[in-house]
Design a protein around this ligand. Structure first.
Ligand code: GDP
Ligand code: GDP
Length: 465
């Protein structure tokens, strides 16, 4: 299954950055490849289980101003004609420019399969640009940060059905190329493509188990591992230090990232002797759901709080698991204390599930499994604009926004601009005057109104400009 994927867009939006990320180290420079024009870079890309040829329209930076537009147009047309599918990239921080409009026009005219990426989308400075991108009429923009490796999951989700289509069309003659994954995203799927017992998951759910040393991470993972079917052997990769295992857990295909934990059992420590301290932090970045494993005897230590907070800031779905519950004598009292401490120490994760487990005996692991799936589900939730605005009307009536200096802040319209985690933009007058407490009211309301307790929710206020 192979196809050609062109990244197009005006200079400086981040095309090469994405190209490099997709191609990794084995970058085939044009000069080595007879027959390929000097302006188009080509490489063999890998994204999850997809392999394809990627073309980057580089080489425009040195064009002089007056020739730039024409060259850009010709080059883009050529790339589009070579490609099965194009990714049109804009810079979300800059927003949609007239040149972007021109590109959109070319793409529409050529009738290509076009995906749209709003790049440089890390952080809220990009929200307005992401919304503008909808206006290009090329479908829903993929919120992306090529530099930080964000949005590759969404790119994968949009590419996969197309790839299937191309495969059916009989373009199956290019040998697969193994390319080492650079870092960050990986949702390798090798033999699991046909194994999707949970219909909502197109690929293994990526889980990281993090926590202090001795919290019981390896015991937990080995318990799951011991009881379940291992789909592939331990794989070093992703990064030098973290390893991941593919397995099925209660019928759910998962990829679990571990730091020190499971490597004892996995017998790969020879390769992984040198552990990095930032292991846990990296695992958080790879994960969709982060399980923060606490030791019931010493819960919510500084280190636990730090990593839970990091997971929230990275926008991951978080599940708190309290381990070694088997040794607790006064379970009721202890649970009450834990919940109180959780609310007090991690208010940013309010509503996230707290599950008591014994990694040793395996008790509570079924509840942990279900909590992980629920958290993942919420993290992916999409609320329609119509429902959101009906909800917003109710919220405004119930509790009108304040009127600082006699000027009432008007909230006009709300839309969800992303998932994983859910991100919303609300258009309003005087966004800079909006008190934090009212934003919190809205975020908590979103959590309650759309059943997303504990999900990191991003809310951005936008003035109408
Ligand atoms: P190209 O001309 O479209 O190929 O753009 P490049 O890939 O050369 O990137 C242009 C600039 O944007 C470089 O300085 C990159 O480091 C930067 N850049 C690329 N992707 C991102 C991103 O996701 N976020 C931010 N903030 N900068 C990015
Ligand atoms: P890690 O450093 O987080 O990977 O922790 P380990 O899995 O190596 O566990 C540290 C210690 O806690 C070991 O002695 C385990 O046997 C013990 N342990 C782990 N889980 C449990 C549990 O559920 N109950 C009890 N009583 N001990 C546990």
């Amino acid at each position: 299954m192979s196809f050609t994927f062109a990244i197009v867009g005006r200079p400086n939006v981040g095309k090469s950055t994405l190209f490099n990320r997709l191609v990794g180290k084995r970058l085939a420079l044009v000069d080595d490849q007879p027959g390929v024009t000097r302006d188009l870079r080509e490489g063999e890309a890998r994204l999850g289980d997809l392999r394809f040829t990627v073309i980057d329209t580089a080489g425009l930076e040195d064009a002089t101003d007056d020739s730039l537009q024409g060259r850009m147009r010709r080059l883009t047309e050529r790339a589009v004609d070579m490609a099965d599918v194009c990714l049109f990239m804009i810079d979300a921080r800059t927003g949609v420019t007239p040149i972007d409009q021109m590109f959109a026009e070319i793409l529409r005219k050529r009738n290509a399969h076009v995906l749209l990426a709003a790049n440089k989308s890390e952080g809220s400075a990009a929200d307005a640009g992401v919304i503008e991108a909808y206006g290009l009429g090329l479908g829903e923009p993929i919120r992306m940060s090529a530099e930080h490796g964000e949005g590759l999951n969404d790119l994968y989700s949009q590419l996969m059905p197309l790839a299937d289509e191309f495969a059916k069309r009989g373009q199956d003659d290019t040998p697969e190329t193994e390319v080492d994954l650079d870092e960050d995203e990986d949702f390798d799927d090798e033999d699991g493509a046909s194994r999707t017992p949970v219909p909502t998951l197109a690929k293994p759910l990526q889980i990281a188990v993090v926590g202090r040393p001795n919290a019981g991470k390896s015991t937990l993972i080995n318990k799951i591992l011991g009881e379940e079917r291992l789909l592939t052997g331990p794989e070093a990769g992703i990064t030098r230090d973290a390893i991941s295992l593919r397995m099925e857990w209660d019928g759910t295909p998962i990829r679990i990232f571990d730091t020190a934990g499971m490597r004892k059992k996995a017998k790969v420590q020879e390769k992984l002797e040198k552990l990095s301290v930032s292991d846990g932090l990296r695992a958080v970045k790879f994960a969709e759901v982060v399980v923060v494993l606490l030791d019931a005897a010493i819960p919510f230590e500084q280190q636990d709080l730090r990593i839970a907070d990091l997971a929230e800031r990275e926008g991951r779905a978080v599940v708190i698991a309290v381990n070694k519950w088997d040794v607790e004598e006064f379970k009721q009292d202890k649970l009450r204390d834990l919940k109180e401490a959780f609310e007090r120490l991690l208010p940013q994760l309010r509503g996230a599930p707290l599950i008591t487990v014994s990694a040793k005996s395996g008790r509570g692991l079924d509840r942990l499994h279900d909590a992980i799936l629920r958290a993942y589900d919420m993290w992916n939730r999409r609320v329609s604009t119509a429902r959101l605005n009906r909800w917003l009307t109710g919220m405004l009536e119930q509790h009108p926004p304040p009127a600082p200096q006699g000027k009432r802040i008007k909230l006009r319209y709300m839309t969800q601009v992303k998932t994983r985690p859910p991100g919303f933009v609300v258009m309003c007058s005087h966004p800079d005057k909006m008190p934090e407490s009212y934003s919190r009211y809205l975020v908590n309301g979103l959590r309650e109104g759309f059943d997303m307790p504990g999900t990191p929710i991003r809310l951005t206020l936008r003035g109408q400009g």
